[in-house]
Design a protein around this ligand. Structure first.
Ligand SMILES: C[S@@+](CC[C@H](N)C(=O)[O-])C[C@H]1O[C@@H](n2cnc3c(N)ncnc32)[C@H](O)[C@@H]1O
Length: 188
């Protein structure tokens, strides 16, 4: 992969938190660099569903412009407390102990990183109502696939198929590593 080896400081702190807690579901660095790059194009409110140990939040924060803010929702109280501590003193980041659907109170978003399995499987309907025109939805953790319809483990990947064909979004699947791809959907 071609990316600088030096990670943003806030990302290093989030990795350390993940290690301390034995949390293994954080986004990988290839996705992180993409999140940071997309965040740098945004103003307004960015959002993340599923904070985990704050790795995705940290990547988004590392790319964010001065005038932007980030809201992230997590239903595990222990994780919320730890990530709040990590971002203590940073007014641009709010960590909510909440179901991801409650993020709707903070919408519309200029970018939404959908990283709760249930939220991804819900398809584009909920996200379409949360994201402003021109806003981005990012979904990661797909396995690259060269066929249409997209397949995963011998079955049609309905989630990916829905996102790639929904007329409310223009969507592309981008490989971030040989074994990992991300969907980027722009609200029309
Ligand atoms: C894949 S991890 C998130 C990783 C993080 N976004 C990152 O990039 O490092 C998914 C997280 O979503 C949380 N979660 C699952 N269901 C949820 C829900 N309904 N509402 C809020 N958080 C949820 C889990 O506790 C877990 O921490």
């Amino acid at each position: 992969m071609s990316a600088p080896p030096q990670l943003p400081g806030v990302v290093t702190r989030a990795h350390a938190l993940s290690r301390r807690r034995g949390f293994v579901s954080s986004c990988r660095n290839e996705t992180g660099w993409l999140l940071a790059t997309l965040a740098a194009t945004r103003t307004g409110t960015l959002a993340e569903s599923g904070t985990g140990c704050g790795v995705g939040s940290a990547w988004l924060r590392s790319g964010m412009r001065d005038e932007a803010r980030l809201v992230t929702a997590e239903h595990d109280a222990g994780l919320v407390e730890a990530v709040r501590e990590m971002f203590a003193g940073d007014d641009a980041v709010s960590v909510f102990e909440a179901d991801w659907k409650e993020l709707a109170h903070e919408a519309p978003f200029s970018l939404l990183f959908l990283d709760v399995r249930e939220a991804k499987r819900a398809g584009p309907d909920v996200a379409a109502a949360l994201v402003e025109p021109g806003g981005l939805v990012v979904l990661d953790d797909f396995t690259p696939c060269a066929t249409w319809p997209p397949m995963y483990q011998g079955r049609v990947d309905v989630t990916r198929q829905q996102w790639l064909t929904d007329p409310r979004f223009t969507t592309v699947e981008v490989m971030v590593a040989v074994d990992a791809s991300v969907l980027i959907a722009t609200r029309r």
